[in-house]
Design a protein around this ligand. Sequence first.
Ligand code: ATP
Length: 325
Amino acid sequence: MEKKRMRRIGVLTSGGDAPGMNAAVRAVVRTCIQYGVTPIGIYRGYNGLINGDMEELNARSVNGITSKGGTMLYTARSPEFATPEGVKRAVDTCRYKGIDGIIAIGGDGTFRGARDLAENGINTVGIPGTIDNDIACSHYSIGFDTAANTAIEAIDKLADTMQSHERCSVVEVMGRGAGHLALYVGLAVGATAIITPEKPFDFETDVAEKIREGKYHGKHHHLIIVAEGTGKTEEIARNIRESTGMESRVTIIGHVQRGGSPSARDRCMASRMGHYAVCRLLDGESNIVVVYRDSHICHLPITEGLSMKKSLDDYMYQVAREIGI
Ligand code: ATP
């Protein structure tokens, strides 16, 4: 297919940062250069688009960034952009700076912003980037693998000391309102129980009884993984102490999970998605989001993507429950 003539393509990262965003930015920049388009790095999410906080990038500007967590473009949440006046200012900036297309890396909020820009005449493509993996239209979002590995490494270390002291460790894993990260991590570390916002749980049967049964069979330490979105971490630890008599400690891994050098999976996925996004803009596509579905990188209209719902992987949940003790 003949490529559309574009002068400048802007790239921004928005919402929470995720390891791998840099690899996506690098891929966007290098693909633009490959096709004779000038890449523009927009700083601090949509704020940069409103304020003209941006600069032309070249192949060297993105040298050596794939191994770095965070985002070289910085990120921000921009309440101003989520207003009609904010969108108008951003569109004016694009016109003034000669930007024909925007690639926005982030979560659902970021895609809503990209949709608004597209509806006001700026070509846009979204790329899923969030450690929570809660973007319904894509089976994968950049950052998830690294965040999971970071949490697993921390929990493995914690398990060593918990085992030595014969304690129960209640670990809170990030994920905002979703339990995808907690479930994945919980399965990987062999948790006794995984508590997520999506699945109802009964403390007595799902936690206390399993701990008592484990004790009976000679297991003297336990790992309980709790998704932050449940808001129940402290309560669960307290209940374990009261109802089983087992010493239990809370560990909140927190923002450590958002940092660190991206995994191979995140670097490669981000590079492919960044390349794909530029190619679609050059094909004349707009108002779309790049998605990973059934082992393929493809795309969907943003509106369709935003209308989808994501549930927890039922089979993974079943496996975790059935081998968790
Ligand atoms: P994360 O999942 O990491 O939080 P996100 O992209 O969902 O990422 P948000 O803070 O929800 O993070 O959104 C990022 C930015 O996108 C907002 O600060 C705002 O500028 C823009 N945005 C969010 N919602 C809308 C909307 N309804 N219309 C226009 N722009 C929006």
